[in-house]
Design a protein around this ligand. Structure first.
Ligand code: C2E
Ligand code: CA
Ligand code: CA
Length: 395
């Protein structure tokens, strides 16, 4: 039987929700009067909760702080926020829960409606992308060996032209096929690579492997390829010649490649970085400002580096149809990119509504789970053959 915890300082709302849950027969219900009370029950460890309902505004410990504690304890059950707050606050709390890799089913306004509750519980939930991953288990030595043994492999996510549905190319995304831990996400090892001087090695290896994979894919159309390039790699001018040689060996023309410049950490030598990027551009490669609108992907950068492409970060695209703020940032970014003469690519296009927004806003190309998640070479090849290089357009 499921163990459920209801956290709410207001007696009336707490009792109302408990009555609803009991009527629905969803499991054994416990209650807590605020975040601190809930945390003590969680840490006591008598019960492992599968489902937690949490109010936001509470004395001693509010729901936002409680979400952090749940994240730190790697709570793996489901979480539902109940609150009377407005949409902006609720969507920030939802983002926070996702940052802590919690399984957030959604947010319920109070008083809780049983029909809405059941709908949220029935919908599939994916845990968010964790910011606190088991980095401590992975060492740089292990990563270095993994790269040398060819365990770090490219996955491919298609990029599709929005007006025509034509498959234009792929973004190459790193995966580590770890012999013990299985397939690892880049969020678990890219930072480790950057911090230990391994990122350039990793990128060269990935560039070679993916360029060869792309030339192997005997398709009627020539696909382009985008690859992520960390700022940390922009230190040594010999990088340009090394990249050109790798592409030459694979038989892939430099203009078919776009480097997506991502920023993890500080730019050590801005002049050297600018030199390398400009020379890559001179050789014909495209340059994309990645994750536009977040972190260091700023206006300042946009005006100094000869970018050819703007990638709108998925945080402004996912759910944009339902969030006025995200939608406005999305739309304004597309407009800016177009005025600057850049190819605007939206990542995180996960639903038909988001695809429709791309059309409305004039996005050039889209990438996201609505089209395909990142997959290995064999699956990508099968996907491409299946659609004939042309995504069927939603009507
Ligand atoms: P990014 O460059 O912003 O890549 C896009 C990320 O968004 C990918 O995550 C992709 O799987 C995800 N994504 C795309 N569409 C959707 C969608 O519809 N829904 C959702 N929920 N997610 C979507 P991934 O593969 O986990 O990569 C995460 C980040 O790791 C990348 O973000 C990039 O910053 C970094 N990374 C990956 N490979 C490399 C690499 O070879 N070098 C460097 N420097 N960084 C890399
Ligand atoms: Ca990218
Ligand atoms: Ca991004």
């Amino acid at each position: 039987m499921s163990q459920i915890l209801v956290i709410d300082d207001e007696v009336v709302s707490r009792q109302f929700l408990i009555a609803v849950l009991q009527r629905l027969g969803l499991g054994k219900v416990s209650e807590a009067v605020d975040g601190l009370d809930a945390l003590m029950q969680l840490d006591a460890g008598d019960r492992v909760f599968d489902l937690i309902f949490c109010d936001l505004d509470m004395p001693r410990m509010d729901g936002i702080e409680f979400v952090r504690h749940l994240g730190e304890r790697r709570y793996r059950g489901k979480l539902l926020i109940t609150s009377g707050f407005d949409g902006r606050v609720l969507s920030s709390v939802a983002d926070l829960a996702r940052l802590y890799a919690l399984c957030l089913c959604g947010v319920l306004p109070k008083p809780v409606d049983p029909v809405q509750l059941l709908a949220l519980l029935a919908a599939p939930v994916e845990p968010g992308e964790a910011i606190s991953l088991p980095l401590e288990r992975l060492s740089s030595k292990e990563l270095q060996q993994g790269i040398a043994r060819g365990e770090v492999v490219p996955f491919f996510q298609p990029q599709v032209e929005v007006v025509s549905g034509k498959v234009l190319g792929v973004e190459v995304l790193a995966r580590w096929q770890h012999p013990q831990l299985g397939l690892l996400s880049p969020l678990q090892f890219i930072e480790l690579a950057e911090e230990n001087g391994l990122i350039t090695l990793l990128t060269k290896r990935l560039l070679a492997d993916s360029a060869q994979a792309l030339t192997r894919l005997a398709t009627r159309q020539r696909l382009n390829m985008s690859i992520n390039l960390s700022m940390q790699s922009l230190r040594d001018s010999s990088l340009v010649a090394a990249f050109v040689a790798i592409l030459g060996d694979a038989g892939l023309d430099v203009p078919r490649v776009t480097f997506e410049v991502t920023e993890g950490g500080v730019m050590a030598d801005p002049a050297r970085a600018l030199e390398i990027l400009t020379r890559l551009r001179l050789k014909g490669a495209g340059l994309a400002i990645d994750d536009f609108g977040t972190g260091f992907a700023s206006m300042d950068r946009l005006s100094r580096i000869p970018f050819t492409e703007m990638k709108i970060d998925k945080s402004f695209v996912i759910d944009a149809a339902a969030h006025a703020t995200k939608r406005s940032i999305f739309e304004a970014s597309v407009e800016l990119g177009r005025r600057l003469g850049l190819n605007v690519v939206a990542e995180g296009v996960a639903s038909e509504q988001e695809w429709a927004l791309c059309r409305t806003f004039g996005v050039f190309a889209a990438q996201g789970s609505f089209i395909s998640p990142p997959v290995d070479e064999a699956s990508f090849s099968a996907w491409l053959a299946g659609c004939g290089g042309q995504m069927p357009l939603p009507s």
